[in-house]
Design a protein around this ligand. Structure first.
Ligand code: NAX
Length: 327
């Protein structure tokens, strides 16, 4: 039996947490032979901590063979201690009438603290995955606090957008989902993101040769993927939770699987025209467990270039809003 890995999860009593923790404990994230210790972190709010107790009770009641321990805490120094993976799900939701700039600042403060504590107490091999919105910019803020852990260890999730795009292409083409390959998300996890359909394939052929309706690809397809989160809220009365948790399972599983090719928001090095200081979604190939290289060299036409420029612009603006928080 392998040694257990420590997985810290913030926002553990939230709705994504409720779908996520059971998947991690069952082996879906790290594999069926990898024991885990869950280190669950909640805000220091009585109601949230009480709810967390209930979640921990349910985890116990599942009798997962791989679950070797549960830590419940509102102290990040306890929750991130020796963590191999830090899954930053918890964040403040955007309230009624709240400006995006206020959300950026309020959440920025959370991610400053968490970035510093992770850098101080997490395991030497720690990896960080950010889900809490605005995910790319929160990730950038957390990474900027770290002196010990390199910036590449901090990734933000755009996998839900990739999964959404894959399904939309499969539905339009009338094929099984698994026939759709290499659909990658570029830029921000926001409606400005770009699902680069030109590089996707369907049943081994270029997606644009299978779906020849370019107006649909450039219009409704990009819009449906970009605004899917809002559509789920309108229908369900609550934001995406199970699908977000599933995407995080995919995000981490792909990052620990050498050879996997997938979309991750990572620190830009200027590829695809992204400002070198922002975290942007792009295609990566996992090299060794937890490490990756950006897949460069996909050619972009004028339409793609304009979409990349727009999502880059938004990331640059978000960065400017929180400039005083970045070290
Ligand atoms: P919930 O409001 O259900 O849960 C959030 C939890 O985080 C709460 O229990 C809260 O007490 C906790 N929390 C707040 N501040 C904390 C802190 N400083 N430390 C620890 N815990 C803290 O939200 P949920 O639906 O679970 O969504 C969580 C985040 O994911 C939100 O920011 C949401 O916008 C974001 N999403 C990101 C997605 C992505 O693809 N990147 C998609 C889904 C989701 O919208």
């Amino acid at each position: 039996m392998k040694n257990p890995i420590r997985v810290a999860v913030t926002g553990a009593a939230g709705q994504i947490g409720y779908s996520l923790l059971f998947r991690i404990a069952s082996g879906a994230m790290f594999g069926p032979d990898q024991p885990v210790i869950l280190q669950l972190i909640e805000a220091p709010i009585e109601k949230a901590l009480k709810a967390l107790e209930g979640v921990a009770m349910e985890l116990d009641d599942c009798a997962f063979p791989l679950l070797k321990g549960i830590v419940q805490t509102s102290d990040p120094a306890v929750g991130f201690k020796d963590a191999n993976w830090c899954l930053l799900v918890g964040a403040k939701p955007r309230g009624p009438g709240m400006e995006r700039a206020d959300l950026l600042k309020d959440n920025g403060r959370i991610f400053i603290g968490q970035g510093q504590i992770i850098d101080a107490v997490a395991a030497a091999d720690a990896r960080v995955a950010v889900v809490g919105n605005p995910a790319n910019t929160n990730c950038m803020i957390a990474a900027s606090q770290a002196k010990r852990l390199p910036a590449e260890r901090f990734t933000a999730m755009v996998r839900l957008d990739q999964n959404r795009a894959q399904t939309q292409l499969a539905k339009k083409a009338g094929v099984d989902l698994t026939a759709v390959k290499d659909i990658f998300i570029y830029g921000n996890h926001s409606p400005s993101m770009f699902p680069a359909f030109e590089h996707a394939s369907i049943g081994g052929k270029a997606a644009t040769r299978v779906i020849t309706d370019l107006a649909w690809l450039q219009g409704p397809f990009c819009e449906t993927v970009g605004k899917r989160g809002a559509a789920v809220i309108a229908a369900r009365g609550a934001s995406s939770a199970a699908s977000a948790a599933n995407a995080l399972v995919d995000h981490v599983r792909s990052l620990v699987t050498p050879g996997a090719i997938h979309s991750v928001a990572v620190k830009s090095k200027g590829h695809y025209g992204f400002d070198p200081e922002v975290w942007a979604g792009m295609p990566v190939r996992t090299t060794t467990a937890g490490s990756y290289e950006v897949i460069t060299g996909y050619a972009m036409d004028d339409f793609a270039k304009s979409k990349l420029a727009a999502t880059n612009q938004e990331l640059v603006e978000e960065r400017a809003f929180v400039a005083d928080m970045i070290k």
